[in-house]
Design a binder for this molecule. Structure first.
Ligand code: AMP
Length: 292
């Protein structure tokens, strides 16, 4: 399949069709989970627990094994697995299925050429993200470096469809966003007990992707300045109406990894001991412990 450009209005169908294809080919290795809700600090967090830890561990071991055999680090996005290719988005970005997905139809927005995950996001990154976000109600997110939960160094934004859970708000963290107080377009929420910055905007779907990309980039820059700690790793969440940026001080609370989805109100734990730890401390306290 050639890496063509997306025809507007077709992304959802393409993702569904490619998912069916990748499952048939054994290229998509979904990680089954069970879930429950844990409430703290005015937010009802969705907590997933892996039903099959072995599969998650195989994922890391497979890449480590390939790296050892070839003597150099493996980049799963260059070259990417053709069976996971969804569509080209722009001259600079393409869309792949996430190979080890917990959430159905989770896609990655990957740069065609290598760029470092820790380099700043540019207009082109937001343009590709917007091309996806405007297709259907979805959440875009970014883990800027290993301390923010990134497992791959090749630049990749991510996108999941909304709603995130079968009940409650489309994004569990939404009550914190609703409580935000703004000065102009940048604000903070009294419900988030850690350093963060929130941006809000109205983007008409008729705005051209390059222009929308530039608007989003400007908001991102403003949030990086407003939040401070610009040398730190960070997580970014982007919807059609708001953006949340959270600088990170560490990757884990005990053995629990925290990435951008945790700040959307969805945590993933590996096993029962981690679930017990999360219940003991509470999810908001866990988030606080990995931020400033
Ligand atoms: P992150 O861990 O946030 O950096 O996101 C990288 C994602 O890439 C992970 O969620 C993995 O499931 C996914 N991944 C790993 N290997 C591949 C691959 N070969 N093709 C597509 N996605 C992959």
């Amino acid at each position: 399949m050639t890496a063509g450009i997306l025809e507007p209005g077709t992304l959802r169908t393409l993702i569904a069709a490619r998912t069916a294809h990748a499952l048939r080919r054994g290229a998509l290795l979904s990680l089954p989970t069970e879930s429950e809700f844990l409430e703290q600090g005015g937010v009802r967090f969705l907590v997933r627990i892996l039903a099959n830890l072995a599969r998650k561990e195989q994922a890391g071991e497979r890449q480590a094994g390939q790296a050892a055999a070839s003597g150099k680090p493996v980049n799963p996005f260059l070259p990417y697995d053709e069976d996971l290719f969804v569509t080209g988005l722009t001259d600079t970005h393409l869309c792949l299925l996430n190979k080890y997905n917990v959430v159905d139809h989770h896609v990655l927005i990957v740069t065609r050429a290598f760029e470092d995950q820790q380099s700043p996001l540019e207009r082109q990154d937001f343009e590709a993200l917007w091309i996806c976000l405007r297709e259907f109600d979805s959440l875009g997110f970014y883990n800027a470096g290993p301390v923010a939960g990134a497992s791959q160094p090749h630049k990749h934004l991510q996108l999941i469809p909304l709603p995130m859970a079968g009940e409650g708000p489309a994004i569990p963290m939404e009550p914190a966003l609703t409580a935000a107080r703004f000065q102009d377009s940048t604000g903070t929420s009294p419900l988030l007990p850690f350093l963060h910055a929130i941006g809000r905007f109205e983007l008409d779907p008729a705005v051209s992707p390059p222009q929308a990309g530039e608007t989003l980039r400007r908001h991102y820059q403003a949030l990086r300045q407003a939040a401070g700690r610009q040398d730190a790793a960070y997580n970014l969440l982007v919807t059609r109406r708001w953006m949340l940026l959270v600088p990170r001080s560490r990757e884990r609370f005990d053995a629990i990894s925290v990435n951008a989805l945790a700040f959307a109100g969805a945590l993933l734990v590996r096993d029962e001991p981690q679930m017990s730890l999360l219940k003991e401390h509470g999810p908001m306290a866990v988030l606080k412990s990995v931020c400033f």
